[in-house]
Design a protein around this ligand. Structure first.
Ligand code: IDP
Ligand code: MG
Length: 176
């Protein structure tokens, strides 16, 4: 009889947003996320271009807070020293639900006070939720976001198919 594999291994993108970096929360956030006992399979600091910000949040482009959200994720609300994010990819069983639970609700005022967003988030006077962390919402979004933020060779595992291509006589691996 075949043994059923009940493991639901997932990956997701986590961003420590510019307010998380400015408030010196990286250590606290990574410690809190470690409660989920997942593994980190990619990590980098990145300055977020307008194009990357708009592509990342494209589902929200009709929202009244969209432009302020783009300014926020680009670090324009926090000074040039913080115009960056820490991007990570986590992997493990039911990883998305586990990390979104630790992150807390989108609105920091409604988030559980011991969640990351509940403890450290705020609503700005312009009305954007500064909630210190991004976590992919579901496996489809996670795949879209991971492929957007990371090249295959920046991850220690390849969760999605890749292909070889040649750019300016260099062989590189890209997402298929
Ligand atoms: P999520 O980050 O919990 O998945 P999304 O709906 O995907 O929530 O929104 C992306 C980000 O946009 C949020 O993390 C927050 O920074 C901001 N945001 C979402 N909804 C609102 C809102 O109603 N007012 C202000 N900012 C919002
Ligand atoms: Mg979301």
């Amino acid at each position: 009889m075949a043994v059923e594999n009940s493991k639901n291994t997932e990956q997701l993108l986590v961003l420590v947003k510019p307010d998380g970096l400015k408030k010196s929360l990286t250590g606290n956030i990574l410690t809190k996320l470690s409660e989920a006992k997942l593994v980190i399979v990619g990590a980098k600091v990145i300055q977020v271009s307008k194009e990357l910000a708009e592509e990342h949040y494209k589902q929200l482009k009709d929202k009244p807070f969209f432009q302020e959200l783009i300014n926020y994720i680009q670090g324009k609300l926090h000074g040039s020293s913080y115009s960056r994010v820490l991007a990570l990819v986590y992997q493990g069983e039911n990883a998305i639900a586990k990390l979104r639970h630790l992150a807390g609700a989108t609105n920091p005022e409604e988030a559980d006070p011991v969640s990351i967003r509940g403890a450290y988030g705020r609503i700005t006077t312009k009305g954007v939720y500064e909630n210190v962390i991004h976590c992919s919402s579901d496996p489809v979004e996670a795949e879209r976001e991971i492929k957007l933020w990371f090249r295959p060779d920046e991850l220690v595992i390849k969760p999605y198919p890749t292909k070889k291509t040649t750019i300016k006589n260099c062989d590189i691996t890209v997402w298929d």
